[in-house]
Design a protein around this ligand. Sequence first.
Ligand SMILES: [Fe+2]
Length: 222
Amino acid sequence: MGQKLLPVGEYVDHLKSFEREPITRDRVLEFCLETAVDPGTLDRYLHFRDDMYTRNLIFRDEALELMAVCWKPGQRTVIHTHNGQLGWMAVQQGHLAVVNYKYLGCNAADNQNVAGLDCLAGATELDIDRREVQECYPGGAVNTVDKVQTIHQVVVQGREPVVSLHIYSRPIDSCVAFDLEQRRCYRRELSYYSKYGDVVVREGDLAPASAASPMPAARPPR
Ligand SMILES: [Fe+2]
């Protein structure tokens, strides 16, 4: 059965209706499986770059955030956490693979004892285990993160540009990233390339492109 298409404004209105009751993974997941955004209403949020994928904010309040992420072939995230938040990722166009990881231990576990964050990070020895890979494409699986599965890496598959919609509850502005080669982790700031249709990153704020760090490295716009 095909998905119902909604203009992005109506999609956001529907998301906001989830705030009247506790937001659960399964309530939003059901909506994401049944519904997609009418692609013609997303144009102003789509910005593709050769040097990085872009995070484009569509809606944000205290409880929920919706963004469109635009990826070119070859782009990927670093391995990162989601701070214990709930997240749903639906691919609108193209093909993504999500590689899940499980935390097994590190030499700075006490840094997890911090209020309001999952961890201060800063380990110099760590053990995380690569687990299953989930393939995501339009009309197929919707990837989720939750309090149990919070570490993953997202990798573009194929030669087609990708547009994915990301819903998060609650919104966060930083996460822990992992460097498996050096077996260390660190906190990194998250920033938007555009907000509500307007590009907010200045070219001078962007770090030089690096194959090892293809995430946007701009200072977070406030
Ligand atoms: Fe993620």
